[in-house]
Design a protein around this ligand. Structure first.
Ligand SMILES: NC(=O)c1ccc[n+]([C@@H]2O[C@H](COP(=O)([O-])OP(=O)(O)OC[C@H]3O[C@@H](n4cnc5c(N)ncnc54)[C@H](O)[C@@H]3O)[C@@H](O)[C@H]2O)c1
Ligand SMILES: [Zn+2]
Length: 369
C-alpha cells in the first residue's frame, strides 16, 4: 500500500503527516527528506509497551543509516505525563549531551507524544521533534502541536504549543494495540466526523467492523480524514483562540470523568465517548439540537465498543467540581461545546452551572436504576 501525505498548513510551521503501512522502515529516508542530518543527535522517547515491539528495530535502522541515537523508555500509560517522569526524561536528555540541533522522536501513543513534545518544547528553550504515533488516538494528538503534562489538580495544565517537524504514521503498528485502545482511538475519529462531516460519520458506522479489524486501507482512510478535519481547524486557529475549541466537544465532561477515576478506570477515548453523548443529550434538552442527534451519536460510538452511559459510581456534584478545574471553565459558569446536528458543534459560553448540575443529576439517577 502506498503512503498518503497530508500537509498541516501552518505557514512556516507547516508539516507533513505521512500515513500508510510499513512506514516505520522508511523512517531514515523520511528524516533525510525533512533535512535532519546524521550529525544531529536523535533522542527517541517511547514507553514500556511500545518499546517491546518497535524500539530495537527502529533504533537499529536509524543507526544503520548513520544516526547517533539515544533512547529513553518511560512507564506506560497516563502516569508518564507527571512531573517526575518529565524530570527523568530531561535528565536523560542532558546526560546524553543533546544540544539545540538534536531532534526528539516520539514513538508511542498520545501520552508519549504529549510528554516527548513537551520535553522538545522546553529542552534548551525548544528543539525539533518528530511524531511517530503508534496508537489510533494519537491521530488526534499528532495534529496541532499541543503538548503537555498533567498536574495532580488537572490534566494537561502544564504545556506549550510546539509543532512537530513531521509525523510518520505506520498503520501496521496498530496491530499490537489492545482492542480497548483501538475503540478509544475511534472515539476521537468519530469526534472529527461529528464536528464537520456527517458523511464521514456514516462511513465510519458502515465500516465499523472492518475498521475494528484494522483493515489497513480503511484505517489509513479513517486516520487521513480524521487528521484532515483537525488540520483544517488548527490551520484557522493555531493557538485555540476560538474555533479550535470546537475540537473539545465531549471533553469538558470527559476530562472530569478521567480526573475523578484517577486517570485510569476510563481511558481518554472512553471518557470523551460518554462526554459526546452527554453533550448531545444536553443540547437536545435545551432545544439546541434536533431530537435524534444524541441517539445516533450513541449508536455510532457503540458500534466501536465504546461506553455511552453516565459512569454510575460518579456523583454529579463531584463531576461539576472537576469540570471547574478543567481549564476551559470561566468563573461561576461553564463553557460547553454542543452539537447542533450530526456535523456541526457550537461553543456555548456562560452556561449556568445549576442547569448543568440538574441535567447531570437526571443522568445520574437514570444510571442508578
Ligand atoms: N495533544 C493533543 O492534542 C491531544 C489530543 C488528544 C489526546 N491527547 C492525549 O493523548 C493521551 C492518550 O493517548 P493514547 O490513548 O494514545 O494513550 P497512550 O499513549 O497511553 O496509549 C494507550 C496504551 O496503549 C499502549 N500502546 C500504544 N501504542 C501501542 C502499540 N502500537 N502496541 C501496543 N501497545 C501500544 C500504550 O503503552 C498505553 O498502554 C492523553 O494523555 C490525552 O490527553 C492529546
Ligand atoms: Zn481528546
Amino acid at each position: 500500500m502506498e503512503k498518503r501525505t497530508l500537509l498541516v498548513d501552518l505557514n512556516e510551521r507547516a508539516y507533513p503527516i505521512h500515513i500508510g503501512a510499513g512506514l516505520l522502515s522508511q523512517t531514515p529516508a523520511l528524516l533525510q527528506e525533512a533535512n535532519i542530518k546524521v550529525s544531529q543527535k536523535l533522542f527517541l522517547i517511547t514507553d514500556a509497551h511500545v518499546a517491546q515491539h518497535y524500539l530495537k528495530p527502529l533504533q537499529l535502522l536509524l543507526e544503520q543509516a548513520g544516526y547517533q541515537v539515544f533512547s529513553h523508555i518511560v512507564v506506560a500509560g497516563e502516569k508518564a505525563k507527571q512531573f517526575a517522569v518529565y524530570e527523568e526524561v530531561m535528565t536523560a536528555a542532558i546526560e546524553a549531551g543533546l544540544d539545540r540541533k538534536s531532534v526528539v522522536l516520539a514513538l508511542g501513543g498520545g501520552v508519549v507524544g504529549d510528554l516527548a513534545g513537551f520535553v522538545a518544547a522546553t529542552y534548551m528553550r525548544g528543539i525539533d521533534f518528530v511524531q511517530i504515533p503508534t496508537s489510533l488516538l494519537a491521530h488526534d494528538s499528532s495534529v496541532g502541536g499541543k503538548v503537555a503534562i498533567n498536574h495532580r489538580l488537572g490534566k494537561n495544565l502544564i504545556g506549550a504549543f510546539h509543532q512537530p517537524l513531521m509525523v510518520i504514521y505506520d498503520v501496521d503498528t496498530l496491530q499490537t494495540l489492545p482492542r480497548r485502545e483501538i475503540s478509544a482511538g475511534f472515539a476521537e475519529v468519530i469526534k472529527h466526523g461529528l464536528i464537520s462531516d456527517e458523511g464521514f460519520v456514516g462511513w465510519l458506522e458502515e465500516h465499523a467492523k472492518g475498521l475494528m479489524e484494522l483493515d489497513a486501507k480503511l484505517v489509513s482512510e479513517a486516520i487521513y480524514r480524521g487528521c484532515a478535519v483537525k488540520a483544517a481547524v488548527v490551520a484557522k486557529d493555531e493557538t485555540e483562540q476560538d474555533i479550535r475549541m470546537t475540537l473539545n466537544v465531549g471533553h469538558t465532561f470527559g476530562h472530569a470523568f478521567e480526573a475523578l477515576t484517577g486517570y485510569g478506570q476510563l481511558n481518554h477515548g472512553e471518557a470523551i465517548s460518554i462526554g459526546m453523548v452527554l453533550a448531545a443529550r444536553y443540547a437536545e434538552s435545551i432545544g439546541m439540537s434536533p431530537e435524534g442527534v444524541a441517539k445516533r451519536t450513541k449508536r455510532v460510538l457503540a458500534a466501536f465498543g465504546l461506553p455511552t452511559q453516565w459512569p454510575k459510581e460518579l456523583h454529579p456534584e463531584d463531576v461539576l467540581r472537576a469540570m471547574h478545574l478543567d481549564k476551559k471553565g470561566v468563573a461561576g459558569t461553564l463553557t460547553l461545546v454542543l452539537p447542533t446536528s450530526m456535523e456541526h458543534v457550537e461553543i456555548v459560553p456562560r452556561v449556568k452551572e445549576e442547569d448543568v448540575l440538574r441535567f447531570m443529576s437526571e443522568e445520574w439517577e437514570e444510571s442508578q436504576k
